[in-house]
Write a new protein. Sequence first.
Length: 440
Amino acid sequence: MRIEEVPQDLKYCKDAVVRDQNYAVDNDGRYHMVKSDGWTAKNDALDLALEEDEDKEERSRMTLQTADIFEGTELDISHQPAAHCENGAISTLLHYYGIELSEPMIFGLASGLFFTHLTFVKMGGMPVTSFRTFPGVLFKRITKLFGIKSRTQRFFSHKAAMKKLDELILHKQTPVGCVVGMYELPYMPKEYRFRFNGHNICITGKDESRKLYRVLDSNATQKVTISAEDLAKVRFPAGGVYPLMGQMYWIESLPKHLPDLKPLILKSIHKTCWYMVSQPKFIKYVGTNGILYLSQRIRNWDTVMGKRRALLNLAQVVRMLEEIGTGGAGFRFMYGAFLQEAADITGISELNDYCLRITDIGDLWRDFAYKASRIIKGRSIKSHPSSLEDGRIATELGETRERSSKSQYTYNDLGDLLQDISEKERILFLELDKTVRSYM
């Protein structure tokens, strides 16, 4: 995806401080992070999910918190947007201690890229499709790689969780990462609030007199605040797949010397490749096998599940791909940015070639989301944009304008595209692993 192709379809983000961040390439093929107001394909999937929302009445009463004045004690940390919340939170914590790592470098070093399609694990009654490792893993991997002493803690009571948070930020002058539920985050657009218990924020201060906490949320365009009452709620959310129990994490101490990046980069690339292609074919749920498995299942969704249920499952995949912090296409672009930076650091120029290839694969994932959105909305193929109209992806990102006699995309079309993606990723990671092992 090129910079000028980053979508700007403002809808649910209007009047909110929350925005998407995308990695896109300039005319010289260099990656940059670019702000996005949203994408129609994602909004289409969200529209369908909201139609089926069991919490419509409760959601209708939600209000959007506007910027609030903060006059309390605050640690000296600047706010930096990020494409993914956990990477952003980790970057904030490391930055406070003088360790400057880009978001792509954090994601790449922690081997965050993955894929799972788990039919036996449900979210909202539908199979979980994830494009990354389990939440919390990135922080543990990064701190272990650098020899940083860190701690993660959960609690049985709200009171103990909030007391420990205050102790760290007020008395020990330590920024704290918190994993929270999104459903009751007051500064999020109400349409974006759903029972996903895996959003990461950093707490960096407290206004004692007004019972407000200072929050650095990488999905926001500026620093935000949250009341003590609301923070306790999102740390112990009602509902959702994953019970958080006030989960929080922080850095306790740094090593005397940080390790050289080159061997860490090579080791982490090898590990990512292993995650994606090492499984035998009978382990069908993960890695490139998982993408192929989804391509096989998706072809029959409308006949096996019925039209409405199939559309809801498709919308779930699109939301996991483009919205719910798992970032299928976005993570491919982020990994491309990591490989580009890794090439500069290690001097291994071949990594730039793999950067280009995974960028093309990310474009295919975006094409999948676009075509899925056409099915969700029942829109015709002829509406596929031939330019950057409405900020959508251009046709050259995926495939050329459909010239068949079909009037609409089908589940078989999506299955074909996923099968192609699976094979391209399998070949890429096998060859990338061979390349990096030659330098290890």
